[in-house]
Design a protein around this ligand. Sequence first.
Ligand SMILES: *[C@@H]1O[C@H](CO)[C@@H](O)[C@H](O)[C@H]1NC(C)=O
Ligand SMILES: *[C@@H]1O[C@H](CO)[C@@H](O)[C@H](O)[C@H]1NC(C)=O
Ligand SMILES: *[C@@H]1O[C@H](CO)[C@@H](O)[C@H](O)[C@H]1NC(C)=O
Ligand SMILES: *[C@@H]1O[C@H](CO)[C@@H](O)[C@H](O)[C@H]1NC(C)=O
Length: 260
Amino acid sequence: MDYTLLHTLVWLLPAVAFTTQELVRLSVSPGIVAECGKPVTLNCDASSPGEELSIKHMEWLQNGKSVCSMDTAIPNHTHSPSDFYCEYKQGQLSLILKRVKPQEKGNYTCKLHSNQGALSKKTTVELQECCGIAEGVRTTDRLTCTFKHVYPDGDVHWFHGSHNLSDGSVEQHTSKQVEEGGWLTIRSDLERKSSHGPYNCSLMSTTSGRHIASTLVPNPKSPGRVRSQQPSHKARNGVGSLGPIWTLLCFSVLLVATLN
Ligand SMILES: *[C@@H]1O[C@H](CO)[C@@H](O)[C@H](O)[C@H]1NC(C)=O
Ligand SMILES: *[C@@H]1O[C@H](CO)[C@@H](O)[C@H](O)[C@H]1NC(C)=O
Ligand SMILES: *[C@@H]1O[C@H](CO)[C@@H](O)[C@H](O)[C@H]1NC(C)=O
Ligand SMILES: *[C@@H]1O[C@H](CO)[C@@H](O)[C@H](O)[C@H]1NC(C)=O
């Protein structure tokens, strides 16, 4: 190849790329680290500063697989039974993930075909670390902690009071299960040695090493009578729910008032 031809090509190529970019623009929502179970909206906007833009096709793909397109977009999401839906209006295709789950994380690409050329843009969805439910149960021969709706993977550490039992002195067995949506259920059993004092288990993320959740395994009410297989301590996101107690209290007050 002679020098002038190469020289011309070097100058011509970026110019061609530049002109197509000038004609039609595509912008997508920035990458997001979403809270587990919360809705996520990914927008894709096509626009053209110059001539009339005629959109032939717009589509969202997750990790290379088609999720939805402007043809499958629905006007009223309230009727959609699935976990996501798409809306399309005037050059904007929005993908709405109703309750974001581990399976939905990854790379999302928006593709456009128009009278002014084809384009695609990428964005990402990541999930924050989370645990939906943590509960501790005490039975006659063992203590069990169960963490449900967990993301990502985690390790369970047991404590007796403030003493860390994860040094191998007490036998513990941990099992993990992948549930629908990519959530993990992590269960850990501890052989019971001493019957007294509060036991505690803590879930640490294997990726960040951060503490995701913890739960106290309650003491039995009287030492002689241990109720088995009865979840007696529950926590959601580490915060106890007072809702049902208040409802019960209000109901009782109402009942007493009515009876009087
Ligand atoms: C869509 O839902 C809105 C309320 O959110 C309602 O006003 C509208 O009539 C609905 N449209 C259709 C086509 O069902
Ligand atoms: C997303 O893209 C990045 C970089 O292109 C790649 O490293 C990663 O594996 C992709 N993730 C998925 C879930 O495909
Ligand atoms: C629970 O575990 C934490 C460590 O994660 C520890 O610092 C704390 O003392 C424990 N609490 C009780 C009541 O055992
Ligand atoms: C408990 O011990 C384990 C294993 O030695 C360690 O990885 C973990 O960080 C300890 N946890 C705390 C809160 O000290």
